[in-house]
Design a protein around this ligand. Structure first.
Ligand SMILES: [Zn+2]
Ligand SMILES: [Zn+2]
Length: 128
């Protein structure tokens, strides 16, 4: 009997899961791990440069750039010159690295403004 395989949620290739709840193949799982680290850090500390993010997360700067370029990161590091113009397909704006970066910067600015507006300890009880 052939061992059960599963389609990877990241790359769409078939792989043999080691655990029943595994949804990514090994390479994608590793990438996920880096993405999670970077995203989590940037969500908590937005608008950080790649170098800063790399030191904080232990993910190499090249790796962060690569993930950002591939559009994998939810939140992009600051000062990342990926593209100087929008490369979205027609009728589907907001998906290219340029657009995502602009959105990320706008969110980071809004977050910082909101933080300034509400002083005091944050997230002590609200943390999930
Ligand atoms: Zn995969
Ligand atoms: Zn775009």
């Amino acid at each position: 009997m052939a061992s059960p395989t599963r389609v990877c949620r990241g790359c769409g290739e078939r792989f043999e899961p080691r655990r029943y709840d595994q949804v990514f193949c090994r390479p994608c799982g590793d990438a996920r791990h880096d993405i999670d680290l970077v995203d989590r850090y940037l969500r908590g500390t937005p608008n950080q440069g790649v170098e800063r993010v790399s030191i904080a997360t232990g993910v190499a700067t090249d790796r962060i750039r690569e993930l950002a370029l591939a559009g994998q990161l939810e939140t992009l590091p600051a000062g990342l010159d990926l593209h100087d113009r929008c490369t979205c397909p027609a009728g589907d704006t907001g998906r290219c690295p340029y657009c995502r970066q602009r959105v990320a910067q706008r969110i980071a600015e809004a977050t910082q403004a909101a933080r300034r507006a509400t002083p005091g300890p944050r997230g002590l009880r609200a943390r999930r």
